[in-house]
Design a protein around this ligand. Structure first.
Ligand code: TEU
Length: 562
């Protein structure tokens, strides 16, 4: 279906405000810092800015524990700063979407303070309270951040539910007053002129009974609960349908079938969702993300093809290689062993993803090929998830030795994505005058925006070109996807077709030159190379260089429009 909406054609850039740019110089990114860098985003060519939470927060989970939804965290600035940022973004044609974190609040939020004060409190039912069971928590449900999902509150002797840290109590969405308060807050922001929301763990808001009953096991599935679609339809009716905005739901546990319900092109509750299949592709069956397994091409291709074909014509994909919860894309899916392999693989990965159908989400620094940070000891980390996982896998379950766990943290820890943006080769990478809250990656001397903006062959300019191509050729936005060479062990090849045009994409996922093979048969003289990551004269018919990526365009009939 060709509905042609602005959010389908857009490229979204995610800013993690704490780590983007500190205008105050005090080592924490801030809103004025983002304003300073809007022209950079304009040069890159992105259309939408997604800000990870900027609200007042308890500071336990990088801003995802909000204590006041209508207030800017003082570390980031003031409401006037936000309004200025919004105005300056709009002036440059950049829309702004905010993170909506309403599965839970901070335990410091006034709603929770009131809720916990007494079993008779008017807001008692705004959170999920249960009696203990045989002297322990109500059941064995485990938190995403390790340990029980229940914490005893001494004031009333009851337990409250928190799917994440104990400082993040879950709101009770079955309580109509909660939903009303959330919708009011959303309207308040939309009336300020923001352009939409990224909705944090929105698939978890409706808790299935199995997760709450006394014999509920640690593995009860809390995603896509019984009323989630009713609530999102209500949200659409009450709020979203009244504004021209974009919405993307972060939906752990989502399947292709569920995604069609969340993000169906006709009656969808949201415009699109973030699936987790790609981000979980290298997970371990026992320890989940905490593993040193590397992603395999066959798995990446299977997952992406399932989503590309599964949503075709019925819903809309989001496309992303990383975010603030994931390791750096090039360190995970690419190859950082030499500067050449780093550059080629970063460009290849971007090409592979950005030629697919869906709306790309670019995480800050990915356009520079920023890499994972060096972790020598647990003390180098700051993330609550990492600390709690260390306790679980090393100290409690003893599945990993400290060294093994550190190796997994190096590959998968969330701090990897949160080191400050590498603006220049100077001290603190041009991020801040004073020492940053999380040290800059020492490789900022070689990997930084200043140097890459000046080099037309840089990873930055490759991303800029990819974004430009999406704008220029509707076949890249809207074309249907077909996998080519499904069994090839080294190459990810696919094509996109639309209105008489075909785009063919070839990506060598290995560090080897591939001489000849079935892929050669895909190329013929009527094809024009739109983009590659090797010099044009090196693009030979019979060889694909290490991590080479090529995008070809061809007219299928003469009447077609590009
Ligand atoms: O993340 C949701 C989520 O499922 C994460 O727990 C993710 O699986 C994990 O971080 C991978 O390591 C969202 C936010 O993006 C994350 O930053 C928050 O910590 C979390 O919700 C709680 O709000």
């Amino acid at each position: 279906m060709d509905m042609r909406t602005w959010w389908q054609q857009a490229v979204v850039y995610q800013v993690y405000p704490r780590s983007f740019q500190s205008a105050s110089g005090r080592g924490i990114g801030d809103l004025q810092g983002i304003v300073k860098r809007l022209d950079y985003l304009k040069t890159l060519g992105v259309d939408v800015l997604w800000l990870s939470p900027i609200y007042r927060s308890g500071g336990v989970d990088g801003g995802y524990d909000i204590s006041d939804y209508r207030c800017i965290d003082p570390a980031y600035g003031t409401m006037a700063d936000f309004e200025y940022l919004l105005q300056q973004s709009h002036l440059r044609g950049i829309r702004v979407i905010l993170d909506l974190v309403v599965n839970h609040t901070s335990n410091q939020h006034a709603w929770f303070v009131e809720s916990r004060s007494s079993t008779h409190s008017a807001k008692r039912n705004w959170y999920i309270w249960r009696d203990g069971y045989h002297g322990g928590p109500p059941n064995g449900l485990q938190s995403v951040f390790s340990g029980s999902t229940w914490t005893l509150d001494e004031t009333t002797g009851q337990y409250y539910l928190h799917l994440f840290a104990k400082e993040q109590p879950d709101l009770n969405w079955d309580e109509p007053e909660v939903r009303r308060a959330v919708y009011d807050m959303m309207k308040w922001w939309l009336d300020k002129g923001i352009d939409g929301f990224r909705m944090d763990v929105i698939s978890l808001i409706s808790k299935p009974e199995a997760a709450l009953i006394s014999d509920g096991g640690p593995d009860a599935n809390v995603a896509n609960g019984p009323c989630v679609h009713d609530y999102l339809q209500e949200m659409r009716r009450e709020v979203l349908s009244r504004y021209d905005v974009m919405t993307v739901g972060e939906t752990p546990g989502v399947t292709v079938e569920e995604a069609r319900r969340y993000a169906g092109l006709c009656a969808g509750e949201l415009n699109m969702v973030f699936q987790f299949d790609l981000m979980d592709v290298d997970n371990d069956p026992v320890t989940g993300k905490w593993t040193c397994r590397r992603p395999a091409l066959a798995d990446i291709r299977r997952v992406m093809t399932r989503w590309q074909t599964g949503l075709s014509g019925t819903a809309w994909n989001s496309l992303f290689l990383g975010n603030h919860d994931q390791p750096r894309a090039v360190s995970r899916f690419g190859d950082t062993r030499t500067p050449l392999l780093w550059e080629k693989s970063a460009k290849m990965l971007a090409t592979c993803l950005y030629m697919m159908q869906g709306t790309p989400f670019l995480y800050q620094g990915e356009e520079l090929g920023m890499t994972n940070m060096p972790v020598h000891a647990l003390a180098d980390c700051q993330d609550v998830e990492t600390f709690r996982a260390y306790r679980e896998w090393v100290e409690e379950k003893k599945i990993y030795t400290p060294e093994e766990m550190l190796a997994a943290i190096r590959l998968r820890g969330r701090d990897n994505a949160r080191t400050p943006m590498q603006w220049s080769a100077e001290e603190n990478a041009g991020f801040s005058v004073q020492a940053p809250w999380l040290p800059v990656n020492p490789n900022h001397r070689d990997i930084n925006a200043e140097q890459q903006m000046a080099d037309p062959d840089s990873v930055f300019h490759h991303y800029r070109r990819l974004i430009g191509l999406r704008r220029q050729y509707p076949v890249i936005v809207y074309g249907t996807y077909a996998l080519l060479l499904p069994e090839d062990e080294h190459i990810y090849a696919y094509e996109r077709c639309h209105s008489g045009w075909r785009v063919t994409v070839l990506c060598n996922f290995t560090d080897q030159t591939i001489q000849g093979g079935a892929w050669c048969g895909l190329i013929h003289d009527a094809m024009e190379i739109l983009l590659g990551n090797y010099p044009a004269e090196a693009a030979r018919h019979d060889a694909l260089h290490p991590y080479e990526a090529r995008v070809y365009l061809e007219a299928l009939d003469r009447g077609g429009k590009k």
